[in-house]
Write a protein that binds this ligand. Structure first.
Ligand code: HEC
Ligand code: HEC
Length: 356
């Protein structure tokens, strides 16, 4: 019976590891964030509020610590150090509050565009004037004025072709992007108008009603976009300017050193990202990278839900195409070991019987 007891102990510890420790470690390593929200207005305002709450908490902790040090009669140096911590916490709170204000303003402007009926024909002309100086639209026969190498050199990033943009991006996100690119992409912590302007310029209008012009450009992009985009199209439209996907022989369009200079870090190859992270993590991360990785250079690309779902299944198919096979094989292996254990047990009994 000793063997049975050992087996039971082994099973209990395996179950504790599998259902207890592993999920716990996973949760600790990937801190909980609010689930993906494709209402980008709400997403931005909610996250800005979360950051304000965090900043307030940090400020009150450092205030308490300063008070404690003063009461305790700590040295001037210690008090001075703590005062510095407190000043910087106050500054963080100011930044968080001004960020909320700027997102509220941006999305209030988008509200004025939301319900306008765009005219694709007018939008086509506006696109030529306002966007075609940087972007190509290959499906309509328009090449970008710069090729990827020259564009990498001038902007730090290859300007994406917009053939599928009308299908893959959320409509309200597009309006926000055209009005205020760095804000919509959530890169305002990296780029600002004075020191480091964002390479995609803000659209100030062509002389008529700005809101109507934005609605027209979006209507045009939607009218020329293909009806049936797949996950690979989404990847090529929204990710390929920065990320490789070597398992499907896709190589990023931006030149490597230019991109490192532009982003400050090297975007990873996404071939097996689905296994390094999981689908749920990707869902939240792509929807709003700042939520999981505050301060990251990866832009919020603003996909609509349908396109993001297609993209994640595509990454799953590329990076983990043997998942089903693995699961089936797993069951076979378990069966194999059970049979092996029974045989070994019977064999052991047979051997010991003779010896006794
Ligand atoms: C001065 C050049 C320039 C102009 C003009 C310009 N863009 Fe861009 N655009 C860029 C660059 C550069 C990027 C890539 C930025 C990055 O990845 O950080 C970009 C990215 C984009 C993206 C992809 C955003 C995402 O979520 O991934 C869209 C869509 C877009 N532009 C639409 C437009 C539209 C519509 C216009 C016209 C109203 C326009 N752009 C005008 C340079 C420009
Ligand atoms: C303008 C460049 C750019 C674009 C476009 C871009 N990314 Fe990224 N991405 C980055 C950078 C830079 C990092 C590294 C972030 C860091 O370490 O802070 C990154 C990191 C990632 C990661 C790793 C996150 C982690 O937890 O390690 C994933 C996943 C990812 N990107 C997915 C995507 C997907 C999917 C798309 C297209 C929908 C996309 N990215 C578009 C620049 C980009």
């Amino acid at each position: 019976m000793r063997e049975l007891k050992i087996l039971i102990v082994l099973i209990v510890f395996t179950l504790i590891t599998y259902y207890g420790i592993e999920p716990f470690a996973h949760k600790e390593m990937n801190p909980h964030v609010a689930p993906a929200n494709f209402n980008y207005e709400q997403e931005d305002i909610d996250l800005a509020n979360v950051r304000i709450e965090e900043a307030k908490k940090a400020l009150s902790t450092s205030e308490e610590k300063l008070k404690y040090l003063e009461e305790k009669g700590a040295s001037d140096k210690e008090i001075e150090e703590q005062q510095k911590v407190l000043d910087s916490a106050q500054k963080d709170l100011d930044v968080a509050e001004s960020r909320l204000a700027s997102y509220e303003e941006l999305w209030a402007n988008v509200k004025n565009i939301k319900d306008l009926q765009g005219d694709a024909d007018v939008g086509s002309e506006s696109f030529s004037l306002a966007c075609a100086s940087c972007h190509g639209l290959k499906s309509q026969g328009f090449e970008a004025p710069f090729d990827d190498a020259l564009s990498s050199e001038s902007y730090g990033v290859a300007v994406p072709d917009l053939s599928s943009a009308g299908a893959i991006y959320d409509k309200d996100f597009l309006a926000a992007l055209i009005l205020s690119p760095a804000h919509a992409l959530k890169l305002d912590h990296k780029f600002n108008d004075e020191e480091q302007p964002f390479p995609m310029t803000q659209f100030f209008g062509l002389g008529d009603d700005l809101n109507q012009e934005v609605a027209d450009i979006i209507a045009y992009l939607q009218s020329v976009a293909p009806q049936d985009t797949n996950g690979k199209d989404v990847f090529q439209g929204a990710c390929l300017r920065c990320h490789d996907l070597k398992y499907d022989e896709l190589y990023r369009t931006t030149e490597k050193t230019a991109l490192e200079g532009y982003m400050g870090s090297n975007p990873p190859d996404l071939s097996i990202i689905i296994r390094a992270r999981n689908a749920e993590y990707l869902e939240n991360f792509i929807n709003d990278p700042q939520k999981n990785m505050p301060g990251t250079a990866m832009p919020r690309v603003g996909l609509n839900k349908e396109s993001q779902d297609k993209l994640i299944s595509y990454l799953e198919q590329i990076g983990d195409s043997k998942k089903d096979e693995r699961t089936t094989l797993g069951f076979f292996m378990i069966g194999f070991f059970i049979i092996l254990a029974i045989l070994a047990y019977l064999w052991k009994n047979a051997v010991w019987k003779e010896l006794h």
